[in-house]
Design a protein around this ligand. Structure first.
Ligand code: CUA
Length: 338
């Protein structure tokens, strides 16, 4: 039979390269470079367990290799002493693994409880999973935003999470482990970043066609920048757009082409109740869109508005058959939503 083999020696360089990609430094989704206390606690536990496993590996393999050579059969060599049923040895290899497991279990359980506890003075933010993007609400400030989670640096944040449709999973590798977003049930996750920085998030549970494009960003700001951000987010988008400008035309496209069916812009079209698409009030302030799958720039917006499903298969955003002129106007208007 001529079965195709997955691994061939001539492909070794390819496999080695793939393997080496795991060693890239400063990768945005690197779970081995924690940037906050929660992620660091998990990291510490990982390394403790890792080094214990390394010790076990070398002791067991060492004993095996030693036995293979020292007790190998040779002409004239008597059979080595048999140890089957030796009580002392049996006790030893029962007790030692118990001690090793205890050495791992105690800090593991402590970490689980530490990570689950609600931190004092934490900022509360709601995270709602949608196919395929994350929505964020700040109940203390009355803010609704999407894709980019903005948090104050060096301050604990308590996420209260659920899903609007199917199972999702919230994961910011540099700030904490994963946590499920469940329809009809709340789950909680703590985040804290040491300093102002940008982190990547990813949905960690297969949730449909565009699961891999359900990404996010976490932006941690220093206290002053965060307060400015909050104050700006509280403003609505009801500002004068000089008549005849492209942006004013774009606002008419937003109001009349069908966008308002799903997208709220506070002060312009703010229907009460939950909508299935991101709130666009401060769209221009976010550096990514479409579930953080795309950088927020004119080129990407043009592609997206012309045919959303080409970029995110299965997306609920319909192709509105907008003309090039309408798309250009809409992008000019979106640019004013700061
Ligand atoms: Cu949401 Cu995968």
């Amino acid at each position: 039979m001529n079965k195709k083999r997955f691994f061939k020696y001539k492909n070794l360089p390819v496999f080695s390269l793939l393997f080496l990609t795991a060693c890239i430094e400063n990768a945005p989704m690197d779970s081995l470079s924690p940037a906050g206390p929660y992620a660091r606690q998990i990291d510490d536990l990982f390394w403790l367990t890792f080094w214990i496993a390394v010790g076990v590996f070398f002791i067991v393999q060492g004993a095996l290799i030693f036995s293979v050579f020292y007790f190998r059969d040779m002409p004239g060599k008597p059979e080595p002493k048999q140890i089957h049923g030796n009580n002392v040895l049996e006790l030893m290899w029962t007790i030692i693994p118990i001690l090793i497991l205890a050495a791992i279990a105690v800090p593991t359980v402590r970490t689980i409880f530490d990570l689950a506890r609600e931190p004092e003075g934490a900022l509360k933010i709601e995270v709602i999973g949608h196919q395929w993007w994350f929505e964020y609400k700040y109940p203390d400030y009355g803010i609704t935003t999407a894709n980019v989670l903005v948090i104050p640096a060096d301050t604990p944040v308590r996420l209260e999470m659920w899903s609007n449709d199917v199972l999702h999973n919230y994961w910011v590798p540099k700030l904490n482990g994963k946590r499920y977003l469940v329809p009809g049930q709340k789950t909680y996750l703590n985040l804290q970043a040491d300093s102002p920085d940008e982190f990547w998030a990813q949905c960690g549970e297969y949730c449909g066609l565009s699961h891999s494009k359900m990404r996010g960003r976490v932006l941690s700001l220093n206290q002053e920048d965060f307060e400015n951000w909050v104050n700006n987010q509280k403003l609505n988008a009801n500002k004068e757009l000089p008549e005849g400008t492209l942006a004013a035309e774009g606002q008419q496209v937003y109001l009349n082409a069908g966008c308002t069916q799903c997208h709220v812009i506070d002060g312009v079209w703010d229907v009460q109740g939950d909508r299935i698409a991101p709130n666009l009030t401060h769209f221009a302030n976010r550096n990514v869109f479409a579930g953080a799958a795309l950088k927020n720039n004119k080129e990407n917006l043009t592609k997206w508005l012309a045919n959303p499903a080409e970029i995110k298969p299965g997306t609920f955003m319909p192709n509105l058959e907008l003309t090039e002129k309408e798309i250009e106007a809409l992008i000019a208007y979106l640019g004013t939503l700061k």
